[in-house]
Design a protein around this ligand. Structure first.
Ligand code: AMP
Length: 306
């Protein structure tokens, strides 16, 4: 009888079912298709989260040989809004092209009572909430998770994708030692003749995570994701505090333009606050790329891990 395998809260990435991927069996790989049949899915009532698109629930995905726990993003039934539907399809198209251990994998799409996006399950949920609830997690553990996010982002940078919504709320934990980047709703592939994506207009944007060139010129690149990564680091070492607490978006923009930045969170090592500040370099060209951010985090992490 196929079983759903368990991994503990403390498992390392390679010890989890999720790391090995959903189609590790060659027979399954042959059958791999983006379209999932409704009878392959069992949806539970457990709600993992929600947004204006609908809800995210826990489910079970059945293949010929196994059953896996999954997360399913269900488009609201009453959503006749074509932009919401298009956003979900665009998210699915981006996710389909990504394959990295530190990025939530899409398993497929199911067209049933409504559109259902089926993804790997990251059971411990968003990073900021986890750290706010578990303040005993060590700084070294936080560095391990932040480094994993930088590896996922380096992969996106190498493959010319911009995330555009990188924040602690969009980093999900499989275990306390395994983080994955999620929510590709705003993500874009960058054309090979450009190194940035130009938005047509401002939308409902996470201003506090956005680099100056996003706000001033609607220009998004891996370098603007690096800026967001700096804010994500700040959130992580603050154990889930809100960045620029109590400030309005316009006040944050004015603060950045005046050359001011957030202060070092009490539990953040000074070397990593320096890196955070580098991520907040005003000038896009002078800001480091993920290739160098990841290297700095790797060196720091393996130094303290001795
Ligand atoms: P999203 O719109 O993708 O940010 O999803 C909304 C919320 O659903 C997230 O903040 C998570 O709490 C939850 N969620 C989304 N995807 C997953 C997943 N793959 N595994 C576990 N929870 C998820």
């Amino acid at each position: 009888m196929p079983t759903v395998t368990e991994s503990s809260q403390f498992s390392m990435p390679m010890d989890t079912d999720v790391y090995r991927g959903i189609y590790e069996d060659p027979d399954e790989l042959r059958m791999q298709t983006l379209k999932i049949k409704r009878d392959q899915l069992l949806l539970s009532e457990t709600e993992l989260g929600s947004g204006n698109f609908g809800t995210v629930k826990k489910g079970i995905f059945k293949t010929t040989k196994s059953e896996k726990k999954v997360a399913v993003k269900i488009l609201k039934n009453d959503s006749n809004d074509p932009t919401v539907q298009e956003e979900l399809m665009s998210e699915a198209r981006v996710m389909q092209q990504l394959d990295n251990p530190y990025i939530v994998r899409m398993i497929g799409i199911c067209e049933a009572e409504s559109w259902i996006l089926v993804m790997e399950l990251a059971e411990l949920g968003p990073l900021h909430k986890f750290l706010a609830k578990n303040r005993d997690v060590s700084e070294k553990n936080v560095t391990e998770l932040v480094h994993q996010v930088s590896m996922g982002m380096k992969y996106l940078e190498e493959n010319n994708f911009v995330h555009r919504d990188l924040a602690a709320r969009n980093v999900l934990l499989v275990t306390q030692h395994y983080a994955k980047i999620s929510d590709f709703g705003l993500s874009k592939a960058i054309q090979s003749n450009e190194n940035y994506y130009k938005a047509k207009s401002c939308g409902k944007w996470p201003i506090k995570w956005y680099a100056p060139e996003c706000i001033n010129f609607l220009k998004f690149s891996s370098k603007s994701d690096v800026w967001s990564f700096g804010v994500l680091m700040w959130e992580a070492y603050s154990y889930g505090q809100k960045p620029y607490k109590g400030m309005k978006g316009m006040e944050v923009t004015a603060m950045i333009e005046n050359g001011k930045r957030m202060e070092c969170p009490p539990r953040c090592p000074s070397e990593l606050f320096e890196l955070m500040q580098l991520c907040w370099t005003y000038n896009t060209e002078e800001r480091p790329a993920f290739s160098s951010v990841e290297l700095r985090l790797r060196n720091y992490y393996y130094d303290i891990a001795q």
